[in-house]
Design a protein around this ligand. Structure first.
Ligand SMILES: O=C(O)CCC(=O)C(=O)O
Length: 314
């Protein structure tokens, strides 16, 4: 069966295979060139007013700014593109209850920019590596990405705990309307811009809902900004709980802040996963029947998917 995205294009089945084998894939022509040209135009005034970055990682010949959803509303179409969201969920869903937006950033690589320090984006968190994918990244070329103007360099096979010894990067060339999708564990960096023209792109990244995102989404989109968002977009920028109860506001889902001023006194309400609801119901039944579990029993709530035994101190 052909899987059609709402853009009316068939979803290319080879992308999943590329992503698994090489740690990246390119989704060609999934947005219209007109749509990208409009976004490009909308970026002009802000780039003109934005100073160059400071520091060797960002690069002194680059310009960047975030918060794209409040600055250029059309970026929502890229952020929530169905073909992208399908892949995001495929990679991240096994490790979390909800996914969240990690970053939206517009980036210009000016003539003379040197190649960026190769890095893995997930290294900003200090968790175990080689087991979990914490993040996925999407680079949307706004100008054509060519080897000469600094197309993103990716080390194929460097994902998970892949070795990079003797490995060579590939310059991922792509046209506006295509998306370069890579894992948080994939080694990459911007190439050198050896042309006389600016290379422009938009980075959108998504991470596990229980992590601190790179761009502070709640400050970038406070309730006054997020109120105008579609509820699914608001959830993506953090107005949702990650069960159990993570990211609550006075014990409730933070989306209550989008409905106006919440009452001063709120009842905290459990937000638990079904498996936790089940364990809790069993516990409460036992409690009601006077069969309290012995001290040192199994604590299910808050133990995540991998149940952990909690030792009693008593
Ligand atoms: O501009 C690019 O091609 C990659 C940028 C990047 O990886 C970064 O800024 O962390």
């Amino acid at each position: 069966m052909t899987n059609l995205s709402p853009y009316g294009q068939a979803v290319d089945p080879t992308v999943d295979d590329d992503l698994e084998r090489h740690g990246f894939c390119v989704l060609r022509d999934i947005a219209s060139k007109t749509e990208i040209a409009e976004i490009d135009h909308a970026l002009d005034p802000r780039f003109a007013a934005t100073p160059f970055c400071q520091g060797g990682f960002y690069g002194p010949r680059t310009k960047r700014f975030g918060g794209l959803l409040k600055r250029i509303p059309a970026v929502e179409r890229l952020v929530r593109h169905p073909a992208i969201m399908r892949l995001v969920r495929l990679v991240l869903d096994p490790w979390c209850d909800t996914i969240q937006l990690n970053l939206t950033q517009a980036l210009e690589l000016h003539p003379g920019a040197t190649a960026q320090f190769p890095h893995r984006d997930q290294d900003m968190w200090r968790g175990p590596t080689g087991e979990i994918e914490y993040l996925v990244n999407v680079m949307w070329p706004i100008s054509p990405f060519k080897a000469e103007n600094g197309a993103t360099l990716i080390w194929p096979g460097s994902h998970n705990a892949g070795s990079t010894q003797d490995a060579q990067p590939v310059a991922v060339e792509a046209e506006p309307g295509s998306a370069i999708f890579f894992l948080g564990s994939t080694l990459h960096g911007a190439g050198a811009n050896m042309t006389g023209a600016i290379r422009r792109g938009i980075i959108v990244s998504y991470c596990l809902g229980w992590l601190k995102p790179y761009e502070n989404q709640w400050l970038t989109y406070p309730p006054d900004a997020a109120r105008a968002f579609d509820p699914e977009l608001a959830a993506l920028v953090g107005y949702q709980q990650h069960r159990p109860n993570l990211g609550n506001y006075d014990g409730q889902c933070p989306s209550i802040l989008l409905e106006g001023n919440p009452p001063e006194y709120l009842a905290a309400i459990d937000a638990l996963r079904p498996d936790q609801e089940g364990a809790l119901a069993e516990f409460l039944d036992q409690q009601r029947a006077g069969q309290l579990p012995p001290a040192g029993g199994i604590a299910e709530i808050g133990a995540g998917r991998n149940k952990r035994e909690v030792k009693s101190n008593g």
